[in-house]
Design a protein around this ligand. Structure first.
Ligand code: NI
Length: 288
């Protein structure tokens, strides 16, 4: 697909806006050689926080390690539905320990994936329920992966009631979005919003209340329009925010501001907005 042209005005607006990438996999081996350059580009693009998401025990441990090394990086710990068969008492015990680490701000990603079905559905439900219970016990938000499984996902959320959470890479209808919001979830926009031709997703994103919308890259996956086929990276969350702004018919800066405030509230990220107002002033300084 041809790159999506970014109007010069939009590019200028992007320069000073503060953003949070709420879902990254910076521990992926594809960043092994140039993680500091990737993070540098993210900071230049206005990112004030990045959340590194675990998907099994090893990646959760790695997420905790990378968060410990960078003041603008936080971690979540969890086991993806693809790995649901690895969830047992020992794995849950280890997740519990990791969840107590100081820079861990959520449980996940966890959930249900009835599209790829890499684990049996019953095991996926058990693994998801166990992690929802852990989130509730720790008072942490849950990062939910749901693919071709919205009714079952909403059903488990309604029964286990985690304190709050996010439908990561939301890909449903407006009805699904509002049902998720009613259960205390935030709705996270990702790359598909930049290239989806069908308007269902854009309509769903438009229906989300202002205080529940956030943005993510899910990097290295889901590169937005203009970068498809490439490794994705947090700096591209700008393009997701731009697509969200278009879907919701608001300005880019307003979208950036709203999603950043929401992400800080959802994950309870300490100090991000206080520090970032100074960073924004410095960045826009003499040129503005
Ligand atoms: Ni992910």
């Amino acid at each position: 697909m041809a790159p999506l042209p970014v109007a010069p005005r939009a590019a200028a607006q992007m320069a000073g806006a503060l953003l949070v990438d709420t879902h990254t996999h910076l521990t992926d081996r594809r960043y092994a050689d140039d993680l500091s350059a990737v993070m540098g580009r993210a900071r230049e693009a206005g990112l004030v926080a990045m959340v590194v998401v675990g998907y099994d025990i090893a990646s959760s441990e790695a997420a905790v390690r990378v968060a410990a090394q960078h003041p603008d990086v936080w971690a979540t710990v969890g086991i993806h539905p693809h790995h649901a068969t690895s969830v047992n008492a020992g794995a849950m015990k280890r997740l519990e320990q990791l969840a107590a680490e100081p820079r861990v701000v959520g449980i996940g990603e966890c959930g249900l994936d009835f599209y790829r079905n890499l684990s049996p559905a019953a095991r996926q439900r058990e693994a998801f329920a166990a992690q929802l219970d852990l989130a509730a016990a720790r008072g942490l938000p849950v990062v939910v992966h749901s693919r071709e499984a919205m009714p079952a996902t909403l059903d488990l959320l309604a029964r286990r009631r985690p304190p709050r959470g996010v439908m990561h890479c939301f890909d449903g209808t407006a009805t699904d979005a509002l049902a998720s919001v009613a259960l205390g979830l935030y709705i996270s926009c990702a790359g598909p919003l930049t290239y989806r031709k069908d308007t269902t997703l854009a309509h769903a994103i438009a229906a989300v209340p202002d205080e529940r919308i956030i943005v993510e890259t899910d990097c290295p996956y889901l590169s937005p329009a203009g970068h498809r086929g490439e490794r994705n990276e947090p700096a591209h969350v700008q393009l997701v925010a731009e697509a969200a702004a278009r879907a919701r018919d608001v300005g880019f800066e307003e979208m950036a501001h709203q999603t950043t405030r929401n992400a800080v509230r959802l994950f309870d990220l300490p100090g991000v907005l206080e520090e970032s107002s100074g960073a924004a002033a410095a960045r826009t300084g003499p040129a503005a």
